[in-house]
Design a binder for this molecule. Structure first.
Ligand code: AMP
Ligand code: MG
Length: 351
């Protein structure tokens, strides 16, 4: 299959530019498109055959359900059989935006979209291209991240091209995304809302709107806990991973730097290709030819936005060992560390 690439300006595009993309979605094809979090791979969520194509193109396990994207808040009542007051309040506060809600599913949502679960994941994205694509096509768009399963999520169209060119009908190139980490997922089918995946909408932001919330114990961890099953099926898979072994080093920053120096030397002496993931503040402390800055410690947003690109860069370099500094586990840092720990297979050392 030849994949069409459509270039659009992320804000100043004409609605007509999306006409072909809409007709692909209407005829059960696959279109990758930018959202404010990462690029999504979209198909008609209510057509079993269309949703099935997503799993094939990504090589995604069929028990890993898809998030349905909507452009109009009222659509939630078409897709969920029950919408509790807390869900309404969260939609008021954060939609359109990077928040996905889990609700009991309506009859019309096929099991192929929900991985056989009787709940459904719904989000209304804020990216103008995503919103217009959904609105104009009139399709409820099931869209996981537009990467091959297991690889880092795409934050630019060339990441999508690298993974899915030849396997999908169209890629809409709307430039670099703003946030760079997947949406926060919150389950509203329990009395106390449960965060299944941390993201840009932090625990504190959710608490301000609905009061008490909890974090899925399988996610609230610096170690792999094989005996606890994550409630979001996707969180149990190795994910976001570069091909080399990523190792995160935590502790007081000067100790981290000297610990990484020792590890780099040891691996280089054994003939391995090594890279270091540091920050703007610390990059000068490592040998220039192997250090990569992920962003500034003064802005967690810059680190979130740079993470997946740098993990892909590690593959382009052919890095066999990658040593990364760690980050604070608070607010957005919680989402950053969650993705980094998964990418590292929970390989964490204390300096
Ligand atoms: P992705 O779109 O690649 O970010 O993956 C979607 C995430 O949402 C995966 O981790 C899924 O397991 C999770 N998800 C989707 N639907 C549900 C659901 N009904 N219940 C729990 N988790 C879900
Ligand atoms: Mg994904």
């Amino acid at each position: 299959m030849k994949t069409k690439i459509l270039q659009v300006h992320p804000e100043m595009f004409q609605n007509e530019e999306l006409r072909e993309a809409c007709s692909i979605l209407q005829s059960d094809g696959l279109v990758a498109f930018p959202t404010e979090t990462v690029y999504g791979l979209g198909a008609n969520a209510l057509h079993r055959e269309a949703a099935t194509k997503i799993y094939e193109a990504k090589g995604r396990p069929s028990d890993n359900p898809l998030i349905i994207h909507i452009a109009n808040r009222e659509s939630i009542y078409e897709l969920a059989s029950e919408v509790p007051a807390k869900a309404e309040a969260l939609a008021d506060a954060f939609w359109p935006g990077p928040l996905t809600m889990i609700l009991p599913k309506a009859e019309r949502v096929p099991a192929s979209t929900t991985g056989g679960l009787d709940t459904v994941a719904i989000r209304m994205p804020s990216h103008p291209v995503a919103l217009e694509l959904i609105r104009q096509s009139g399709v409820y768009v099931a869209a996981p991240s537009a990467n091959v399963s297991g690889r880092p999520s795409p934050t630019r169209a060339d990441h999508v091209i690298e993974d899915l060119s030849g396997r999908i009908d169209m890629i809409i190139d709307g430039g670099e995304v703003g946030i760079g980490l997947e949406s926060t997922i919150v389950d509203l089918t329990t009395e106390i809302p449960l965060v299944l995946r941390p993201g840009y909408i932090t625990m504190d932001m959710l608490r301000d709107v609905v009061g008490e919330i909890m974090l899925d114990p399988a996610v609230d961890s610096r170690e792999r806990k094989p005996d606890i099953v994550a409630k979001a099926p996707g969180m149990k898979y190795r994910h976001y991973a570069p091909k080399g072994q990523l190792i995160i080093i935590e502790g007081e920053i000067q100790r981290v730097i000297s610990c990484i120096h020792g590890l780099v030397q040891e691996k280089q002496q054994n003939g391995y290709r090594v890279a270091v993931i540091a920050t703007e503040e610390t990059k000068g402390a490592y040998p220039a030819d192997i250090v990569y800055s992920i962003g500034s410690r003064k802005s967690e947003g810059s680190i979130a936005a740079g993470l997946y690109d740098i993990l892909r860069e590690m593959d382009h370099l052919g890095a066999e060992y990658i040593f990364a500094e760690s980050f604070e586990d608070d607010s957005l840092g919680q989402a950053i560390m969650n993705r980094m720990l998964k990418a590292a297979g929970y390989h964490l050392l204390k300096a």
